[in-house]
Design a protein around this ligand. Structure first.
Ligand SMILES: Cc1cc2nc3c(=O)[nH]c(=O)nc-3n(C[C@H](O)[C@H](O)[C@H](O)COP(=O)(O)OP(=O)(O)OC[C@H]3O[C@@H](n4cnc5c(N)ncnc54)[C@H](O)[C@@H]3O)c2cc1C
Ligand SMILES: *[C@@H]1O[C@H](CO)[C@@H](O)[C@H](O)[C@H]1NC(C)=O
Ligand SMILES: *[C@@H]1O[C@H](CO)[C@@H](O)[C@H](O)[C@H]1NC(C)=O
Length: 435
């Protein structure tokens, strides 16, 4: 089914099937599901972009990886103002088709992230403050069910998946990365809090504050991403950020979506840890989180070997992301329960080389998340939501969707997958049956 509620990894596991054996079309995906489920003992994985970092999410050992890389066609449908996207496409494939036509869609901020995984988990786009999450802009999914039937799931009879933003432009707007010394962190947190609180006044603006340490550079820095979906120089939304002096580098300018997405392309040569936490848009939590981060990084500086990096992302999770969900057909994330609360989405992104260092770096990520959660809880600034696309395998993002949503997902899983194919034969990812 379209929401198989699996999350898989993509570490260096030798593919079980050769690339030529991968399905080339929907009928072949259905045939693969039929074949794989016939014995009811062969475990398998589903891989779209393959960007989930932990091993076993979108691949499998002693099983079959259903790699959807050949289903990557992207077609713009001008009549319906939509773009039809195969599950194997990455966001750069989408932007390469749309950008020359002068249209755009709600999509990932990194060229290399996969379209399907990002969409199934929610999907945060530069256009989300104005148009909502990526999943809420999908008009129709083509789905292969557990019994191998091919069905469509849609709100309307419109035959195409992603709604295209009219008036989308070759020149996405103003965007880029700005680097500052770590000593300015308090000013960044204060600016981010105001920015998030005022996002409705300026729904074209996005900002991410990222403390960063790279072993190759050897300096504690802050890397901010500013992106404004209109080519306006120095938008007022960024006044507080623009008042922070002393930046070390600045790539902001009038840019197109593909060049901005390429600037945030993911690493392919390193192991990666993702983890996530949501808390109130509160300076006390951010200040404490940074104190804990500096402590964790000082330990990594002593023990980490070779080339490694840590980024921790602070980004607004404002009501603007969920306000339109219900009107657009609803989703499973349960965010509407947070009403008018402005939240902060936190994500450590750590990369390193060498399996012997997995415990050190994965442990550092878990330590950050657990200590910060502990502090947020102690002052009542915690929040149960965990963004699935950023979650580590040890976390339980589906539980954070809330009881009502969990009940609905369990019922859907039982209705469309009564034998539990996606619960039992697809071990990767987060399973609704275990929530
Ligand atoms: C560099 C980088 C930048 C990112 N930027 C953003 C961003 O801007 N916004 C954002 O919201 N997120 C972002 N993410 C997170 C991203 O949304 C997740 O990593 C997402 O899972 C990627 O999708 P994928 O198709 O590449 O992953 P995969 O690992 O292929 O899939 C993810 C999960 O979904 C399952 N799945 C995939 N395809 C299907 C299918 N067709 N049917 C059923 N199940 C399926 C897989 O089995 C797996 O469990 C980023 C990640 C990276 C690494
Ligand atoms: C996007 O910008 C890049 C870098 O400036 C440029 O090379 C590319 O041609 C642009 N793409 C389109 C479709 O305009
Ligand atoms: C970065 O610093 C330069 C040089 O001082 C300045 O011109 C630029 O506006 C700064 N950028 C931001 C985003 O503040």
């Amino acid at each position: 089914m379209f929401r198989s509620i699996v999350v898989l990894l993509s570490a260096a596991i030798v593919p079980f099937v050769q690339a030529e054996d991968c399905p080339q079309n929907t009928q072949e995906v259905a045939l693969a599901i039929k074949t794989l489920t016939a014995s009811s003992s062969c475990k398998f994985a589903i891989r779209s972009g393959g960007h989930t970092p932990y091993a076993g999410a979108s691949n499998i050992e002693d099983g079959v990886t259903l790699d959807l890389q050949y289903l990557s066609a992207v077609e713009y449908d001008a009549t319906n103002n939509a773009v039809n996207v195969g599950p194997g496409a990455q966001w750069n494939d989408v932007y390469d088709v749309l950008e020359p036509l002068g249209v755009m869609t709600t999509g990932g901020r990194s060229s290399t992230a996969g379209v399907r995984g990002l969409t199934l988990g929610g999907g945060i786009s530069y256009f989300s403050p104005e148009h909502g999450l990526v999943c809420d802009n999908v008009r129709e999914f083509k789905v292969v069910l557990a019994d191998s039937r091919i069905v469509t799931a849609s709100q309307t009879s419109n035959p195409d998946p992603l709604t295209v933003l009219k008036g989308g432009n070759n020149n996405f707007g103003i965007g880029g990365l700005v680097i500052y010394p770590e000593s300015t962190i308090q000013e960044h947190f204060k600016a981010l809090i105001k920015f998030a609180d005022r996002i409705d006044e300026n729904p074209r603006g996005s900002a991410i504050v990222m403390p960063v340490y790279q072993s190759s550079a050897g300096a504690d820095l802050i890397l901010n991403a500013y992106d404004y979906a209109e080519p306006v120089p120095r938008p007022a939304a960024y006044n507080e950020f623009l008042a922070i002096p002393g930046n070390i580098s600045d790539t902001t300018g009038i840019r197109n979506m593909s060049s901005l997405a390429a600037e945030l392309a993911g690493a392919t040569t390193h192991s990666v840890y993702f983890g996530t936490l949501t808390f109130a848009n509160d300076l006390r939590v951010m200040t404490k989180a940074h104190e804990i981060y500096m402590d964790v990084v000082s330990n990594l500086k002593v023990k980490g070997k070779g080339d490694w990096q840590i980024y921790v992302l602070y980004q607004p999770l404002p009501p603007a992301y969920w306000r339109q969900s219900v009107a657009k057909g609803g989703n499973s994330l349960g965010l509407e329960h947070f009403g008018d609360q402005v939240l902060c989405l936190y994500q450590p992104y750590i990369s390193w080389q060498g399996a012997e260092q997995d415990a050190l770096f994965e442990g550092a990520g878990a330590d950050l998340v657990n200590r910060i959660r502990g502090y947020a809880e102690s002052i009542g600034a915690d929040n149960p939501y965990l963004y699935l696309n950023y979650a580590d395998k040890t976390q339980d993002p589906l539980a954070g969707y809330g009881a009502e949503s969990v009940k609905r997902m369990k019922a859907a899983a039982e209705k469309y997958d009564p034998v539990g194919v996606f619960q039992n034969l697809v071990p990767g990812g987060f399973k609704i049956s275990t929530v």
